[in-house]
Design a protein around this ligand. Structure first.
Ligand SMILES: Nc1ncnc2c1ncn2[C@@H]1O[C@H](COP(=O)(O)OP(=O)(O)OP(=O)(O)O)[C@@H](O)[C@H]1O
Ligand SMILES: [Mg+2]
Length: 463
């Protein structure tokens, strides 16, 4: 078999990585955002009309778009879809005076990265921008906007191994139920994908799929993300905002890295599961929701229930049914298909240069142990496309030392490895990517969550 990527265009994303396009009819807002965001190192283009926005999005390929939604929302929401579909797939943050759940859900369904009620503070918009940019291409767009994906779309899960076939059967069975589901498996095995597959095949597929990463936010922020807040609930809460549970109503909420959820929030989550209702921060009204919960973790939850960091009652409620996603080493026959898939998906990394892999290359990839699982394989293919294949056939081993120089770096840091070496490797990767953790994690071939844990563990900070 001959493996070559399809040609594609990266849309100049790297050069435009810090460019923000602001679309707002209010010149005052445009001015404030230009000044405020420029101070934070963004290059800002601001326009007052949809026509200018579309022209600029195509020409300048911004990494992020801050878009005002007007009351005559039908038109602007179509524009939202067009903007998200422009080359480079910018992350779009919607802002609007009307922030009712219907509008927010509609935006998320169409792939918006986030939604902010107007008026917002510069701190809020900066935080939303860095969340959107840090979370990889349209993370939330993928998370919430997948409601277009229907059961007759092709499966997202690549693989022919018996383990994957069995996994597909289990996914289908679970998708027919309303049971809360716990997805287990090593990091990088595809737990996210499994959650999306359940949604795609379930009767809730035309309702929202809302992903929340329980590691990514500190406790209080996570609480307001999950449950929303009322105006005046805390300093800076200038208007009320619906939480992810409300947005997920009648659909599925995907609680990723559930093992890292703070015990206070575990108690509140248990209440939602038991009573199907909750209150917003600073609110008294009970909000009823019908949400199926899918949670994922690579942690040993049983151990966590024993050491007291995870509530056993919550564990049992989430674990109504459990899916184990097999490690890649247990299904090496899937490697060739995955390689072909990633060559197509990331063909643009080769910068237009011809790139191909021989059958021997692929066989050698299939025989590797892949401790970082499918994510590590994907990173390897991206690196090979960008930098050429490592001649030695070693583990993925190239990354940029200086911008103009390619130097070997130590292999992916592994738990139990040399701490000082791990620390330096991680610090170097973060510096190389200007502390963009998503890119650094990709570069290191580890998950975003693992990187966050290592940053905390080693007390790393910007130098
Ligand atoms: N079977 C598969 N087919 C195609 N792509 C896959 C498959 N499994 C995983 N991937 C890809 O591998 C990467 C990692 O998958 P995913 O994020 O679902 O892993 P995860 O188990 O959630 O990892 P973590 O525990 O670190 O969150 C993603 O880019 C995903 O698209
Ligand atoms: Mg995941």
């Amino acid at each position: 078999m001959y493996y070559a990527p399809f040609d594609s265009d990266d849309g100049g994303r790297d050069t435009a990585a810090r460019t923000v396009l602001v679309i707002d009819t209010d010149p005052g807002v445009r001015w404030a955002l230009e000044k405020g965001l420029q101070k934070s190192g963004f290059s800002v283009i601001s326009v007052g009309s949809v026509a200018d926005a579309l022209a600029n999005a195509a020409d300048r390929k911004p990494a992020c778009i801050v878009m005002e939604l007007l009351p005559e929302a039908g038109l602007t929401q179509d524009v939202l879809t067009m903007l998200i579909d422009t080359p480079g797939a910018p992350r779009v943050l919607c802002v609007a005076v009307d922030s009712g759940p219907q509008l927010v859900i509609e935006c998320m369904r169409r792939g918006a990265a986030d939604f902010l009620p107007k008026p917002f503070s510069l701190t809020e918009i900066r935080a939303a921008l860095s969340r959107a940019l840090d979370s990889g291409p349209s993370q939330l767009a993928r998370a919430v906007g997948q409601t277009q994906k229907r059961a007759n779309d092709p499966s997202l899960l690549i693989g022919i191994s018996p383990a994957i076939q069995e996994l597909r059967v289990v996914i289908k069975q679970i998708a027919q139920t309303d049971l809360n589901c716990l997805i287990r498996g090593e990091s990088g095995t595809g737990k996210d994908m499994v959650a999306r597959e359940i949604h795609r095949l379930s009767r809730r597929s035309d309702k929202p799929f809302v992903k929340v990463n329980c590691t990514a936010l500190p406790e209080q922020l996570l609480e307001s993300e999950l449950f929303g807040y009322e105006k005046g609930a805390f300093t800076g809460a200038v208007s009320s905002k619906p939480g992810r549970f409300e947005l997920a109503n009648r659909g599925i909420i995907f609680l990723d890295e559930i093992g890292d959820m703070h015990p206070n929030l575990q108690a509140k989550l248990l209440q939602v599961i038991e009573h199907k209702e909750f209150t917003k921060l600073g609110g008294r009204r009970h909000i009823n929701v019908d949400v199926q919960i899918i949670a994922a973790t690579h942690a040993d939850l049983e151990e966590k229930t024993r050491d007291g960091s995870f509530r056993p009652d919550l564990y049992f409620r989430l674990n109504e049914v459990c899916i184990w996603v097999p490690s890649l080493s247990a299904r090496s026959e899937d490697v060739p298909l995955l390689v072909r898939h990633f060559l197509q998906k990331h063909g643009h990394f080769s910068g237009g240069n011809a790139f191909s892999l021989s059958a021997e290359d692929v066989a050698s990839l299939a025989s590797r142990p892949w401790p970082g699982n499918v994510r590590e394989l994907e990173s390897t293919i991206k690196r090979w496309l960008a930098l050429g294949k490592a001649g030695s056939g070693d583990r993925p081993s190239h990354s940029f030392g200086r911008r103009d120089q390619i130097t070997p770096t130590p292999p992916t840091p592994a738990p139990g490895g040399n701490d000082a070496e791990d620390r330096d490797t991680i610090q170097a990767a973060l510096e190389r990517h200007q502390w963009n953790r998503r890119k650094a994690a990709d570069d290191l071939g580890i998950s975003y969550q693992t990187l966050r844990r290592r940053i905390e563990q080693y007390g790393l900070d910007r130098r």
